[in-house]
Design a protein. Structure first.
Ligand SMILES: Nc1ncnc2c1ncn2[C@@H]1O[C@H](COP(=O)(O)OP(=O)(O)O)[C@@H](O)[C@H]1O
Ligand SMILES: O=C(O)C1=C[C@@H](OP(=O)(O)O)[C@@H](O)[C@H](O)C1
Ligand SMILES: [Mg+2]
Length: 156
């Protein structure tokens, strides 16, 4: 959450001239705001909607897909991601605190302190899936996006 996946992913897709998909945006377009989905139907329901959005997005053969930070919790999505090139974006609790009010992120509704606990819980999943990781805590989004584009071009 708030590591820059949506913002940087869009820039990377533009530079590579491939479609960009943000699974959270697809969920919101179809089902309404994430905070409202959590409030009305709970996290499990959100995860089911997210699984469907991830499955649809990962059918594309050439695209940049920005996932929500919790998408890796779903085993079927993890299986799909093993067939994709996964780039992880890491950041720090301090950077997140300074970055955003996180009003749209229900898991941070109680305050930004939950971020570190959630990150620590998920870190093994991120590390197992990602081919490479970029730290986004200190540098501007354009510089990070340029580094990612450079890395992607070394892969083909
Ligand atoms: N490298 C960065 N430096 C400063 N602010 C950033 C950086 N990356 C993202 N942000 C800001 O942090 C917030 C969350 O970014 P976002 O792309 O929505 O993250 P994610 O999709 O991983 O949750 C946004 O307000 C964005 O402008
Ligand atoms: O980490 C999570 O569980 C979540 C991250 C959010 O996306 P970002 O990672 O883009 O903030 C969004 O999917 C939802 O609020 C849940
Ligand atoms: Mg996002």
């Amino acid at each position: 959450m708030a590591s820059g996946k949506s913002k940087i992913g869009r820039r990377v897709a533009r530079a590579l001239r491939v479609p960009f998909i943000d699974t959270d945006k697809d969920i919101v377009a179809e089902h309404g705001p994430i905070t409202e989905i959590f409030a009305a139907n709970g996290e499990d329901h959100f995860r089911a909607l997210e699984r469907a959005a991830v499955a649809a997005a990962l059918q594309r053969s050439r695209a940049v897909v920005s996932l929500g930070g919790g998408a890796v919790l779903d085993p079927a999505s993890r299986a799909d991601l093993r067939r994709a090139t996964v780039i992880s974006l890491s950041t720090t609790a301090e950077a997140v605190r300074n970055r955003t009010k996180n009003a749209k992120r229900p898991l941070l509704a109680a305050g930004p302190d939950a971020w570190q606990r959630i990150y620590d819980e998920r870190r093994p999943l991120y590390e197992a899936l990602a081919s490479v990781s970029f730290d986004t805590s200190t540098r501007p989004v354009d510089a990070i996006a340029a580094d990612i584009v450079k890395w992607v071009r070394t892969q083909s």
